[in-house]
Design a binder for this molecule. Sequence first.
Ligand code: ZN
Length: 306
Amino acid sequence: MRQRRPGVGMTGFASLPPVTPAEPDRDELEVLQEIHGVLAGKRFALLTGAGLSTDSGIPDYRGPGAAPRAPMTYQEFIGSPDNRQRYWARNHIGWSHLRRADPNDGHTAVARMEQRGLLTGLITQNVDRLHEDAGSRNVVDLHGRFDRVVCLACGRSYSRTLLAGVLEELNPGFLDAALAGGVVEAAPDADATVEDAALISEFVVANCPACGGTLKPDFVYFGENVPKDRVERSYAMVDSAGALLVAGSSLTVMSGLRFVRHAIKQGKEVVIINRGQTRGDDLATIKLEAGVSESLTWLEAELPAL
Ligand SMILES: [Zn+2]
């Protein structure tokens, strides 16, 4: 079931850290038993965030210990060619890192939950496509997907892999030069930190091959709305669920928090598993501060099939 992505073989990133999740400790097990009591015998909706992908080596820019970082807003992106140049230069590096990530035990547990009939659906805030790689089928990629690019003028959609080849041709030697500068920090939205302003100022951006329009990664920027059909599909997953489980999201943005509020309004129980505070803590029936991968793995093994 687990698939490995082909390596791109062109980056100088240190290899992604292999992370083996710890077993839940005694206190965590006690809370997991309570969560089991809430979820057993129900089909539930699952909402996941960046905390689930940290075990795949993708840093969470909001988790504990994460460096403060302000992603570019949609307005900044469309408002200035310089911003787009900076954005694409960084994305070119960040993407090459993200695409080498593999699903972890948490993703596998979620895919098994679906196969065993436990889920009404999966809503993810992650753009990394690791749920799909692990075998999940009924997924709403709430914030889009890193492996596609859209044209803002004509609406055509392209493979990000294809674009990588075009950017390579337009910018020979760029990746090597950027990575030679030292450690590059990548982020969950395929952004990366590059300090070399001179290097970025020479980066050549690719436009839509069909119409010459501006290309943008197919994900939802800060300051941009989640497309309506995705929101409606997500609400439907909560509507048909007996409970909502949130795993690895701090619920900082309303795009995720609204599903917690929606479930509460319907009198459904909400369970949150996340390291660190979330904006839904006050609404949750149970909140577990623990690793997401090991908690989901435990739950998948213990919950009865439906
Ligand atoms: Zn176009």
